[in-house]
Design a protein around this ligand. Structure first.
Ligand code: ADP
Length: 396
């Protein structure tokens, strides 16, 4: 039976959607609602049959946006009846320890996602708003939650526990969760196809380098180690996030400058990373353009960035006991040959040698033929992964 599956990424003022025919993985329509909540109306843009259109619609809420979307799909004959959409998959930021896999969302699951808002106050509530809106617009259609965290629920205790008093874990669930799970899983599955081997037989290191960035070590098809932590600030340097720091840096600045925890979190989340060091921009393209003109802070910012990526790959190869493939993905990983080359320079001892010509072309495999560790560029597609997960859950 043909299924039309909707993949949804709902933010505080936006809602992105893609509608797929599954299992063919054919994308029929995609689009975006922006400025949800603003007085001037909601901006709606969509791409259907290769044509991009934008308009402003009346309304202020996620419910109104979704009601409009369903009407639009009917009007454009994308669907002829509501029951053609057999599942809606929602990206949900935090599944805590409760959601070890994607899950059908019924009352109990909804309650649990709400409870987990404590761990993701900016994301889980708006993800729930998307779920609520689709429950109203498509009653009877299965709603599925696909979590950023659940792929990492296979981390061993030695990876997810922090060496602090265990009472914080027992009572407050302070531990490493890891994020970007859908992306790491998607590119790992794609890489296995490219390498012509079952995922379960490969040791892979996936580098998701976008505005947010994280790396994951995968063995037996499972996440074994990852760089984001209790929250997505941890690990690599990012566009505006600091990544890992000596914890004393945080407490010292707070005391010295008399900052509240909220103010400090704002600095680490929004004013650090590439932006903090370059004092120019959080956008990689701006920083690289300025580094090309030898602006020292931009050069240093990029050196910190690529050095952290390289260190993490090296450490994860050690933890996995070797590596068959290193995968680059997301905005920076897919597009910047320079970052890939710098991040892999020195990793020849692992058997990974970059072929500059292939790298410059953003080829699928960018390592030399004689590399025993292949280096790959795989575009991520979190929406398709959400659709695949949704399909798998509703077929059960
Ligand atoms: P997110 O989804 O986390 O917002 P993306 O995966 O879209 O982020 O990545 C955004 C980053 O990718 C930005 O820093 C942007 O500068 C960078 N980027 C996009 N295109 C290129 C390119 N051609 N070369 C280098 N960096 C790029």
């Amino acid at each position: 039976m043909q299924n039309k599956i909707m993949a949804i990424n709902s933010g505080s003022s936006s809602l992105k959607f893609q509608l797929f025919v599954m299992p063919e993985e054919e994308l029929i329509v995609k689009g975006l609602f922006e400025r949800i909540g603003s007085k001037e109306g909601i901006e709606f843009s969509n791409t259907l049959n290769g044509e991009k259109k934008s308009l402003t619609i009346d309304g202020k809420t996620h419910e109104e946006a979704v009601a409009f979307l369903i009407e639009f799909l009917m009007k454009e004959n994308v669907i002829t009846s509501l029951d053609e959409i057999t599942g809606v998959g929602h990206r949900v930021a935090h599944g805590g320890e409760f959601f070890k896999t994607s899950s059908l969302v019924e009352e109990k699951e909804e309650e649990m996602i709400r409870e987990l808002s404590k761990l993701a106050p900016l994301h889980n509530p708006v993800n729930l708003a998307g779920i609520e809106a689709f429950k109203q617009a498509l009653p009877g259609c299965s709603q599925v939650a696909v979590f950023d965290t659940s792929f990492h629920q296979t981390l061993p205790k030695s990876q997810y526990l922090y060496p602090i008093p265990m009472s914080y874990y027992r009572e407050d669930k302070i531990r490493k969760y890891g994020f970007h799970g859908t992306s790491h899983q998607f590119v790992a599955e794609e890489a296995a196809t490219v390498l012509g081997k079952p995922l379960e037989e490969l040791k892979l290191i996936t580098c998701h380098l976008g505005n947010g960035a994280s790396i994951c070590g995968i063995k037996n098809g499972q996440s074994q180690i990852t760089s984001m932590g209790f929250t997505p600030i941890a690990g690599l340097m990012m566009g505006t996030r600091s990544g890992d720091l000596d914890p004393s840096v945080v407490t010292f600045i707070q005391e010295e400058k008399g900052l509240s925890a909220t103010e400090m979190a704002q600095i680490l989340n929004n004013q650090s990373g590439l932006l903090g060091v370059s004092e120019l921009s959080n956008d990689f393209r701006d920083v690289i353009a300025s580094a090309e003109e030898n602006v020292e802070q931009s050069v240093v910012a990029l050196d910190i960035f690529t050095s952290k990526v390289k260190q993490t790959i090296g450490a994860y190869a050690a933890e996995l006991g070797g590596v068959d493939g290193i995968i680059f993905t997301a905005g920076i990983g897919e597009n910047s040959a320079w970052v890939r080359e710098k991040s892999c320079a020195g990793l020849e001892f692992l058997g990974a040698k970059i072929d500059s010509e292939l790298n410059d072309k953003n080829a699928e495999i960018i390592s030399t033929n004689d590399s025993t560790t292949k280096v790959l560029v795989i575009p991520t597609n979190e929406e398709l992964m959400i659709a695949k997960e949704t399909m798998a859950i509703i077929s059960k």
